[in-house]
Structures are given as structure tokens and as C-alpha cells.
Design a protein around this ligand. Structure first.
Ligand SMILES: *Cc1c(COP(=O)(O)O)cnc(C)c1O
Length: 415
């Protein structure tokens, strides 16, 4: 194999502070900007448009790397991949309206965190980094552990005590050093931040390095292609750190600048849980930043994020697109999860179920019309999360009253 100089065409020109617009050189290790804001990767989109078009894309194999010109990795040998497929966009006519579910549970490690961590770990490899650390509510840690081990890097993962058990165990089994921390994800973030000096870690926290957002951006690129380069009317996104929402907005802007789509945009809707809704509160107050949410709690761990560094970017994405933020409570999430599974055969994660609960609520409120094409994000496979137990028993030795076996019987003897 002709090793070293296998440069891939990439159109990265520089990185840019999302607050001040100040430029930073590409091809160096970066965290936040000097102003403490996320750095955004910028591309020469005219050159990109001259080099590749939508037709060229159409004949490429599926997967995240079909969009390689919109991504920052320069050398093919630095790509760390676990087989990221384009996720299906499932029509869900029994949910009312014109609803599609973007099912991200099909990705490696069972969640859309694979997109971001695939890019973050590939870029870490390209930049010579070998020790990664992350605070996580579960899925980001699982994805980082998997990609880091695939690349032969060390992975340190810090989770709140009550992170879903499956997440903790998959992280451990994938060879990361994983710790339960008696606090929230923001407390885990502090452990990582303060460990960077003594441990020599690279901090892969949400939006604190520039490349997870580039990976999440591929959700927007895929949606555009799947909708035939005409975007849906409204996107319901379960919002924690907001990487995906910010990433999709960035994708749409870049596609327009490259001349691949027009100026029409979907309204972006941030879905949060009633027990942790800092973005909803800030949106409703008209604020540019979100205040820390005290006492955060919800069964939807992925959106239990009391403070987000990219809050101003999320809020801008909502307002610029004519969207909004909305919260649903845990009981609505459980109901929505059961309803979608029963009606459409799609087992959502709680965060994904939150988007359907929000969709129903906003159809009722009139903020969304039934004729609008809506995308709901199912961010992880439902199989990672607790499900109601089944305690029905049948004594096969006795006489079975088949008439009693039908639907409507309780799942457990005591319910
Ligand atoms: C991380 C995560 C979210 C939130 O995604 P962000 O892009 O960080 O806002 C939602 N659901 C699940 C299952 C997650 O793992």
C-alpha cells in the first residue's frame, strides 16, 4: 500500500469561533476557542461544488463517508470506522399526519453518538492524540469507547451514577476505564476538565472539540438526500447538548452554499423533558443563553443535560428556522414509546419517544399542522433501555381457557 501521502480531497479552510468569528488554523489540536465557545469547521464550498455534485454522490456506496467532501479527515488511513450506514427514514402513517422516523438505532453502538465519535476519533488519530476522556449520560461514552479501542487509543469515561446499566456495561466491556460519578453530566465534565493536566487526556466533551458536530452534521446531509434534496417541514430533535440540532443547521447552510439545496429550511424543534428543560425556558424568555437547570431529572437520560456550552447556537437554530422548543414529561414519554411500538412496530428509546410525545402535543396546540411533513429522531435503539416486565404465566399441564388469552389481559399478575 502506498502509505504516507494518501491525501484525500478535503475542503477545510480553517476553524472559526462560533461567538466572534475569529479564525483558527486547521490541522492543529483545538478545544474551545479563546472565548470559551465551540469552534466550527469551515470549508471552501465553491471548490467543493466544482469538484463533486449530487449525481456523483448517487452512485457511491452507502454510509457516512459518502459525504466525505463535507468532512474534515484528510488521510484515508485515519478513518476509524465500524460500518456507519445511512439510517432508514421510516414512514409512520399510523402516527397521524405525515410523519417519518429517522431511525438512528441502527448505527454502531446503537445510537447516533456513533456519528460524532466516529469523526472525533478519526480526527484525534489524524492529529496524533492517543488518550481520550469524556463525560457522558451513556451513549457518547459507549461510542467513544468503541471507536477509541478500534483505533488503539485509551478511553476514560465518566458517567452519572444512574446512567442506564446497559451503557455502563457496554463501555466497560469495550475496554474503556469507566467510572460512576455521584452527580450529573456537568459534574462529570468537571472531572474530565480537571484531569486533562494531570492525566494528559484530550477532552471529547460535547462541542468542546470541533469534530463531533461534523459527524452529527451527516444527519442533515442524509435527510436532504433522502427527501430528494427538498427538506421536510419540521424536525423534532431530542435536545441535550444540541450537537445534532446545531450540526443539521450547519449541514443545511453548507448544502445551500454549495448549491445543492435552496433557501427553504425545516423548522427545528428542540424537545426536552419537563424535568430538565433549560432550552425551553430560555426560548420562552427570549434569552440568548440558557440558565443552569437545578435538580435535573428524567427517564430520558440522553436529554438530561442541565447546561450546554452550545446553548446560544441551539437557540439561534430554533429562532432562525422559525422553530421552537417544547417539553414533555416522563409519563407522556412512556405512553408515546408504547404507542409507537404497538402501532408501527418501531421500538424507540425514551428520547426518541419524547419526540413523538412532543409531536402529538404540538399537533393539538396547532404549532404543527397535520399536513406538514415531520421528522422524528429516534436517537438510539430501544433495546438499551428498561421495558415494562412481563409476568404472565401459563400452566401448560392444566386445562387452558383459550378464550382468556386474547389482548387486554394485564402483562403482570399484579397489575
Ligand atoms: C446524546 C443523546 C441525545 C441528545 O443529543 P444531543 O445532540 O447531544 O443533543 C438524545 N438521545 C440520546 C439517546 C442520546 O444519546
Amino acid at each position: 500500500m502506498p502509505a504516507a501521502s494518501k491525501e484525500r480531497p478535503t475542503f477545510v479552510t480553517h476553524l472559526e469561533c462560533s461567538k466572534t468569528g475569529e479564525r483558527y488554523p486547521a490541522d492543529r489540536v483545538h478545544g474551545l476557542s479563546d472565548r470559551g465557545a465551540p469552534l466550527l469547521v469551515r470549508y471552501d464550498l465553491d471548490a467543493l461544488a466544482a469538484a463533486v455534485d449530487r449525481d456523483a454522490l448517487a452512485v457511491r456506496p452507502g454510509g457516512l463517508w459518502r459525504f466525505r467532501e463535507f468532512l474534515p479527515v484528510r488521510r484515508a488511513e485515519n478513518i476509524v470506522s465500524l460500518g456507519e450506514e445511512v439510517t432508514p427514514l421510516l414512514a409512520a402513517p399510523r402516527l397521524g399526519g405525515r410523519v417519518f422516523i429517522k431511525d438512528e438505532g441502527r448505527l454502531p453502538t446503537g445510537s447516533f453518538k456513533a456519528r460524532g465519535l466516529c469523526l472525533a476519533v478519526s480526527m484525534a488519530k489524524e492529529l496524533g492524540i492517543s488518550k481520550l476522556a469524556i463525560p457522558t449520560n451513556g451513549n457518547a461514552g459507549a461510542a467513544m469507547a468503541a471507536y477509541a479501542r478500534r483505533a488503539g487509543m485509551a478511553a476514560y469515561v465518566f458517567c452519572p451514577d444512574d446512567t442506564p446499566e446497559t451503557n455502563l456495561r457496554e463501555i466497560a466491556l469495550q475496554g474503556a476505564e469507566v467510572w460512576r460519578v455521584d452527580g450529573l453530566i456537568t459534574d462529570c465534565g468537571k472531572v474530565v476538565r480537571e484531569g486533562v493536566g494531570p492525566m494528559g487526556w484530550f477532552d471529547v466533551s460535547t462541542l468542546k472539540e470541533p469534530y463531533r458536530i461534523e459527524g452529527k452534521k451527516t444527519m442533515g446531509l442524509e435527510l436532504a438526500e433522502q427527501f430528494g434534496w427538498a427538506l421536510p417541514d419540521v424536525i423534532f430533535y431530542p435536545t441535550g447538548g444540541g450537537t445534532g440540532l446545531i450540526g443539521m443547521v450547519k449541514a443545511f447552510d453548507e448544502l445551500e452554499a454549495a448549491g445543492w439545496i435552496g433557501a427553504r429550511r425545516p423548522r427545528m424543534v428542540a424537545v426536552q423533558a419537563g424535568g430538565c428543560a433549560p432550552i425551553v425556558r430560555a426560548f420562552e424568555r427570549g434569552d440568548d443563553h440558557a440558565e443552569f437547570w437545578e435538580g435535573a431529572h428524567t427517564c430520558a437520560a440522553g436529554i438530561r443535560v442541565p447546561a450546554a456550552v452550545g446553548d446560544f447556537l441551539i437557540l439561534r437554530g430554533l429562532r432562525d428556522s422559525g422553530g421552537f422548543a417544547t417539553a414533555v414529561d416522563d409519563a407522556e414519554i412512556d405512553l408515546a414509546r408504547a404507542e409507537v411500538a404497538r402501532r408501527e412496530g418501531v421500538l424507540l428509546c425514551p428520547e426518541g419517544a419524547a419526540t413523538y410525545a412532543a409531536y402529538k402535543k404540538e399537533l393539538a396546540s396547532g404549532r404543527v399542522a397535520p399536513g406538514e411533513t415531520a421528522v422524528l429522531f429516534n436517537c438510539a435503539t430501544g433495546l438499551k433501555y428498561p421495558m415494562p416486565p412481563v409476568g404472565r404465566h401459563l400452566d401448560h399441564r392444566g386445562e387452558i381457557d383459550y378464550g382468556q388469552l386474547g389482548p387486554g389481559q394485564p402483562l403482570c399478575d399484579n397489575t
